[in-house]
Design a protein. Structure first.
Lengths: 341, 283
């Protein structure tokens, strides 16, 4: 056996090696974390395969872990028709990340790969919101229920398969018809390719034209200041009308009342007879007047023709001249009234 | 332990067996005798354990003896354990990887689950089984030969309890050294497993060395197992040595019994601690 001194050294080396190995392992593992933590509570209806001890990650960086998962169905029954979340998950987050977790943070369960272990992912929220307080209770986003999805998909598939196998003939017929239709459609398109192209071009042209027309119409009828003026006038007119209508209506009413009274007055039998009589008289007067006018006309024409005294006086110029000369002569020699030469 | 005792049956009977001079052949009598023997031995081992603990606090301090035993138990076992755990690591990863390859060729989690398995159970248990054979046999043979050559009786004559003189230093040394050896062995197994995964399955060592699944609970369970095995092996082996009867043949039987009982103790403690760890600290 070696000397006691060398034995002690060897034993010490082994112990130190083991201690260092253990310390390195613990540090690498990071399971023993000296960061101070704070607690949050996240409610889920069904956190899936989440287990206590699972990590909490922000953008893939571990910031804490789940320390407790408690079932609390029936502990706090919700209102009518509403159910409180069944599971409350206690989360310990490191204090140094507290500033980045805001109160609109989203907690959801996800997994590192399809078959990987599940963890709680944390979308920290926007920077303008307040920091999420310690011991806050937040609602987590439930993971998609794959089992429910599969159950529903199974149901759907079952129904589909049953329907397919039960109606084989109909489906065959329908498929044949569909194939024929598609074939016919294809032929049609192939045969009328040019025409279809033209139609498409025309339609395009029409739409372009329509667009132009609409634009012009808009310019002419919508954006035109005239329209505004017309509208203003109409507005003014209707305003005035609204103002004037009541007095006008009152006048019209009064007029109508008068007319009614007149028609009532005139409408009686005696009045009618009198009016008829008056009209007859008027007709007779007109006839007489006509005769008088005729006589006057005859006289006037006789005068124009120079018949009779007046006619001669009016129409015979010689006479006129003689008279003029006589008058002038009398004017110059007034004595001739009294004295004959 | 029954296996050990069935072997033990033709050997010189121990204290309790001496009552049954003419062996009863009925099944009930055989089962009853075995059960009584088992309970008796359990009680004896418990008494040795309690007395060892008592002397740890009240006995005379013998630092030199403890260091010598540490050297014997610890340093002399390093090469043996390194070789064993190196091979165990290779075999485990190779077989596990082949199974994984058959199910789905995705090796990213092989390292993580291997490390968890190693930390939680295999490193401590396999190392302890190896130590039970090497250390347990050594202790039993040493103490057994001292019993046979009546050195232990001489100690008793001097009013010195052989447990204080012989078992206590081995117990303390084993407690410390089992932990150190298991940590070393786990490191070796991790290294060889990592190399195997890299060579056989092209798993990046960084991917392999994924301590994601290893948590504090795993580490606590693993270290608790180290402590339990470290305490159990010298106590069981020392008991076997102290109850040696007969000549050199008795020493041989005592050694065999020490190895078998210590291995059984390791397995039973593994089961108990694993269950306790699962209940208290989660999967």
């Amino acid at each position: 056996m070696a000397s006691p001194r060398s034995i002690e050294v060897k034993v010490g080396i082994l112990i130190l090696t083991a201690t260092v190995l253990l310390a390195v392992f613990i540090l690498v593992m990071g399971g023993i974390n000296f960061q101070s933590t704070y607690a949050l509570f996240v409610d889920f209806d069904n956190p899936g395969g989440l287990q206590s001890g699972a990590p909490v990650k922000i953008a893939g960086v571990k910031v804490g872990k789940i320390t407790e998962i408690q079932f609390r169905g029936g502990e706090a029954p919700g209102g009518a028709g509403k159910r409180e979340p069944l599971v409350r998950v206690k989360v310990e987050l490191e204090k140094r990340y507290q500033q980045s977790v805001r109160d609109n943070a989203v907690f959801y369960v996800t997994s590192s790969s399809v078959l990987g272990e599940q963890f709680l992912a944390l979308d920290p929220g926007s920077g303008d919101r307040p920091v999420l307080a310690e011991n806050a209770i937040v609602r987590g986003l439930d993971p998609p229920r794959l089992d429910m999805l599969i159950a529903k998909a199974y149901d759907l598939l079952d129904t589909t398969v049953n329907a397919l196998s039960g109606n084989k003939d109909e489906i065959g017929t329908a498929l044949n018809g569909l194939s024929r239709t598609l074939k016919g459609t294809g032929d049609f398109f192939e045969k009328n390719g040019d025409r279809l192209d033209r139609i498409a071009a025309n339609v395009e042209q029409i739409t372009v034209d329509t667009q132009d027309t609409v634009r012009e119409a808009k310019q002419k009828y919508v954006e035109n200041p005239q329209i505004d003026r017309i509208l203003a006038n109409v507005d003014k007119t209707t305003g005035a009308l609204a103002q004037d209508a009541p007095p006008l209506l009152a006048d019209a009413k009064a007029t109508l009342a008068n007319v009614k009274r007149v028609s009532e007055t005139v409408g009686g039998e005696n009045e009618q007879a009198k009016i008829r009589q008056a009209i007859g008289d008027l007709a007779e007067i007109a006839k007489t007047t006509k005769g008088i006018t005729q006589d006057a006309q005859e006289i006037a024409s006789s005068v124009r023709r120079g018949k009779g005294t007046v006619g001669a006086l009016v129409m015979d110029e010689q006479l006129y001249d003689d008279l003029q000369e006589l008058v002038r002569d009398l004017k110059h020699n007034p004595w001739k009234f009294f004295w004959r030469e | 332990m029954s296996a050990a005792k069935t072997h033990d049956e033709p050997a010189p009977p121990s204290g309790i067996d001496q009552a049954a001079e003419e062996p009863d052949t009925s099944i009930a009598a055989v089962v009853g005798a075995q059960a009584i023997e088992l309970v008796g031995m359990g009680l004896e081992i418990a008494s040795v354990f309690i007395r060892t603990l008592y002397y740890c606090f009240r006995g005379r301090p013998d630092f030199g003896a403890v260091v010598r035993q540490m050297f014997e138990i610890g340093n002399r076992s390093v090469v043996f354990l390194t070789v064993v755990m190196g091979f165990i690591g290779m075999i485990l990863v190779l077989q596990g990887g082949l199974q994984v390859k058959r199910i789905l060729p995705e090796f990213s989690m092989v390292g993580a689950s291997y490390l968890e398995l190693l930390v939680r159970d295999l490193a401590a248990t396999i190392s302890a089984l190896m130590l039970a054979t090497r250390v347990g046999a050594g202790i039993a043979a040493e103490i057994g030969s001292m019993v046979v050559t009546e050195q232990v009786d001489a100690l008793r004559m001097c009013a010195a309890d052989p447990i204080d003189y012989l078992i206590k230093p081995r117990f303390l040394a084993s407690l410390v050294m089992t932990i150190c050896l298991v940590i070393w062995a786990a490191g070796v197994a991790m290294l060889t497993g990592m190399l195997t995964a890299y060579i056989m399955f092209d798993v990046n060592p960084r991917t392999f060395f994924n301590l994601h699944l290893v948590d504090t609970g795993d580490l606590v369970v693993g270290l608790a197992k180290c402590l339990a095995y470290g305490a159990a092996i010298p106590v069981v082996a020392g008991h076997s040595g102290l109850t040696t009867h007969g000549g050199s043949e008795g020493v041989g039987w005592a050694t065999t019994r020490a190895v078998v009982n210590a291995s059984l103790a390791v397995i039973v403690l593994d089961l108990i601690l694993s269950a306790l760890g699962y209940v208290l600290l989660g999967p």
